[in-house]
Design a protein around this ligand. Sequence first.
Ligand SMILES: Cc1ncc(COP(=O)(O)O)c(C=O)c1O
Length: 459
Amino acid sequence: MLSKMIADLDARHFVHPWESMEDLGTGGRMVAQRASGIHVTEGDGRPRIDGPGGMWCVQVGYGRAEIGEAMAYQAQEMAYFSPFSSTSPVSARLAAVIAQRTPGDLNRVFFTTGGSTAVDTALRFVQFRNNLLGRAGKKIFITRQKAYHGSTYLSASVSGKERDRNWFDHADALVHFLPDVNPYRRPAGTSVEAFLEAKLADLENAILSLGADRVAAFIAEPILASGGVIVPPEGYHRRCLEICRRHDVLYIADEVVTGFGRLGHWFASEAVFGMVPDIITSAKGLTSGYAPLGACIISERLFDDISGAASQGAVFSNGFTYSGHPVSAAAALKNIEIIEREGILEHVRTLTPHFQERLAALGALPLVGDTRGMGLMGCVECVADRDAKEPLALDKAVGDLIDAHCRKLGLIVRPLLNMCVFSPPLIISHDEVDQMFDILEQGIRLTTDDLVRQGVRVA
Ligand SMILES: Cc1ncc(COP(=O)(O)O)c(C=O)c1O
């Protein structure tokens, strides 16, 4: 009853992210009411495993009273004062705590309100720096198809999920897209090694043809998350960085999803991919979703030639009322303390082989074309024909069909067209990983039966 009332209010008034205009006002979203550990409870009172971890972010799980208490204490002590004119003990400490965990000399932290604003800040900083260095023509950002970097004008402009670009305007003159880096979609007969060389050539050729004096930065997620958990071939990021260095192009690693433990490390760039970028953007797992916060973390070196005596009086006029908000900073500090105290990074590293084995085993199901992932991130991609790798004619709905079956069985899935992506809370146990994949397997089998019944597939 209550959830029916909430659903009605929601349908009338709450415009959600990625709102379908066709379905506006028709409602139908789940009403998430309570959550604890790795489970979210909907209006029907039944706890279900949270497969997507909220939105790739609930690292330490739900219902952590000590995070709530840290936030409540900070709200009473000093909820807010202007970050333009002051600092606060929690936000200054958090900046230092982040800098201690970043690779190389990425020691300067600009706080934002989330991932999009962290990416926007990174891009604006790169432009600002080039203007100060007298390189006003060096402004193009190279990015990749299937990337997702956010929903502000500039972060959306460097995002490359085709369907999301429909009906919007973008800063097209500033952006160049490289083709898909998904090894699963490589041309037939091409080895992964040859595919890697081709992808590296895509980057270097783009820089050469646009002109290195016009290219400012390359931006890349270590693993393309909402593009379908695309893991590029081994060595890709390290060698992309070498190409960038050769042409004086900055490398921005968008670790909004991979940061804060998803791959078993504070940041993945150096620990997993063996490279130290110039800028890292982060958000989500920084507070485990308990409060909105993002961070754009910049190499000291990038400030050296534009600050102090070299500054020409310039001001980096970029900022938000809530940059480094004390209540969010208190949540982040407590979240980091919990990750450390409970050994959550080690737990992720220990659990990863089992998670990835269970994920890979789903590849035996006839509906599944590819399974891929790393750390506690995974994706199942369904296809009509495994040899031709054709997406299903019903590709819009197959993830939804799997989700509907899994929900009945006790698991929330994040459907993305013909894919389902997973990033459960990092505290998930070995047995809970088994429960999650048992349900998913059953959900895929039931969906296959549905498709056979509808005549979309033969058994
Ligand atoms: C890699 C990446 N960058 C940026 C963003 C944008 O973050 P936010 O939604 O916090 O603005 C996201 C969101 O999913 C993301 O996955």
